[in-house]
Design a protein around this ligand. Structure first.
Ligand code: C5P
Length: 221
């Protein structure tokens, strides 16, 4: 066991995709594996933090030493995160679906010969990071991720402001990078006072570094 600089500190981490139901057997989802969020939760726990990990549906195992909350939909994830407040740090890594089906069907949609093809009306999901970033019991440190396929830096800066975050960890998830669903990551840290590019690292290494940085920041405050 190493040093425990985060002993007595509470952390909330979100991870994985969300599944937004279309009907009882179908859903809208994305390619997030949960690897980066789970690794961050585990790294914070190793530094002594009391970690609540709110995860969407993933196939990877629960990390050891964290309080696990499994959810499916964005609204469930939001409720679980708000119920876990207050906290010293929130790290929102989940790839939350931006939209859900406005009214999911109670019964399986059926294909009837000659009938028209259904269309899906979508409605906006709650933005969990933004909610936490502007909350009355906002954690001292609010960290978001930004998965982009273009204009990574500019988009991350906008997110920092809009969502009330202290730090955005930005990565390029263009399919050619293999980052989404993969085990490696190449990130840029965007803060109000500057940008830091990290080298190509494993998601575990990104998690270790981020947990160390969180410990450093929480000590200062
Ligand atoms: O706006 P965008 O989805 O790219 O922002 C990504 C960041 O916001 C991530 O930290 C993600 O976890 C968080 N987010 C969220 N709730 C949403 C959408 C994104 O917490 N509905």
């Amino acid at each position: 066991d190493g040093p425990k600089p985060l002993a007595g500190k509470k952390a909330i981490v979100t991870s994985g995709p969300t599944h937004e139901p279309i009907d009882p057997v179908r859903y809208i989802a994305n390619r997030s594996s949960g690897r980066q969020g789970h690794a961050i939760a585990a790294a914070l726990a190793r530094l002594g933090a009391d970690v609540t990990l709110v995860s969407g549906p993933v196939t990877i195992p629960d990390p050891v030493g964290v309080r696990m909350l499994h959810v499916e939909r964005a609204e469930e994830m939001r409720d679980a995160v708000l119920a876990a407040l207050p906290a010293d740090v929130a790290v929102m890594v989940a790839a939350v679906a931006d939209w859900r089906v406005a009214s999911a069907a109670d019964q399986k949609l059926k294909k009837h010969p000659g009938e028209s093809i259904p269309t899906l009306a979508l409605t906006e999901n709650p933005d969990i990071l933004k909610t936490v970033g502007h909350h009355t019991t906002r954690p001292k440190l609010v960290i978001g991720f930004a998965a982009e396929t273009q204009d990574v830096e500019a988009n991350a800066r906008l997110k920092l402001e809009r969502k009330g975050a202290d730090l955005i960890v930005a990565n390029d998830v263009s399919p050619s990078t293999g980052i989404m669903g993969g085990t490696r990551n190449s990130v840029k840290l965007i803060r109000r006072d500057g940008i830091e590019q990290w080298p190509d690292l494993s998601k575990d290494e990104v998690a270790e570094r981020l947990a160390a940085l969180i410990a450093e920041q929480l000590m200062q405050r």
